[in-house]
Design a protein around this ligand. Structure first.
Ligand code: FES
Length: 252
């Protein structure tokens, strides 16, 4: 379960709606603030009680005896000892939970999924696609780079293609399975429930609600960059800018 999901499960439906609109970073900061606030509240309350107990006047017998009441350090009661131990343990647990959430949700800014990824050189990628008759797959970035010669470059895919290449998110838009490319049909075919997409990732068959999501491609010199920080929703059902029929038997 992701940090988002944890947060949404812990909150009510209305709050979950608000959380779903926040960035992961904001969710983490909110979680840490809440955790820190609860911890400080408990700690403050405990300290206040301890001081109150320490200020309790000495028994009347001391004063009556005429002696000066001695300021002996208040002994730590068993209850205070357990309360302190509980607070320390709780603080350690919450700190580790907050740290783990932060590490899990913090975007990977070193070339992993969630950042702008250098997929390779334009020549190498185009050469691979031509030589193998299949898209270029980049596992660490969770995307395929497909050749695109359809008529949506300036409409439905405006601004996200470059040099006749387009980047598709590998995740099926039905329930999230990784969608492999079928060499014989030259379509993407999901093994989980049979959704099928043409080579441009446009919906063709099965329960998927739309075409595959995608990422923007950027060409810098000879470098092909894919911006995985922004998932671009797939085109709606009925979009067919390549009119590509299956080119052989299906794999699924
Ligand atoms: Fe791909 Fe269901 S997850 S068709």
């Amino acid at each position: 379960m992701t940090g988002h999901a944890l947060a949404m499960a812990a909150l009510g439906p209305a709050s979950a709606l608000a959380v779903s609109t926040l960035s992961p970073t904001a969710v983490v900061l909110i979680i840490i603030c809440v955790i820190g606030g609860v911890f400080l509240l408990l700690l403050g309350n405990s300290l206040r009680r301890s001081r109150g107990a320490a200020r309790t006047p000495a028994p009347a017998g001391d004063a009556a005896a005429g002696g000066t009441p001695e300021k002996a350090p208040a002994p730590i009661s068993r209850r205070d000892f357990f309360r302190g131990g509980l607070l320390v343990g709780l603080g350690a647990f919450l700190a580790s939970f907050g740290g783990a959430s932060l590490a899990f949700l913090w975007p990977n800014l070193k070339g992993g999924f969630g950042s702008v990824i250098e997929a390779g050189s334009l020549g190498d990628i185009k050469g691979f696609i031509a030589a193998n008759n299949q898209p270029f797959y980049y596992g660490a970035g969770r995307f395929y780079i497909v050749p695109y010669h359809g008529d949506g470059t300036n409409t439905v895919y405006a601004g996200i293609t470059a040099e006749n290449l387009m980047a598709l998110y590998q995740k099926c838009v039905h329930l999230g399975c990784r969608v492999p490319f079928c060499q014989t049909s030259q379509w993407f075919e999901c093994p989980c429930h049979g959704s099928k997409y043409n080579e441009a990732g446009e919906y063709q068959l099965g329960p998927a609600p739309t075409g595959l999501n995608r990422f923007k491609i950027i060409i810098e010199g000879d470098k092909v960059l894919v911006d995985t920080s922004n998932i671009i929703p797939g085109p709606p059902r009925g979009t067919n800018t390549t009119h590509q029929s299956p080119e052989g038997p299906f794999c699924v």
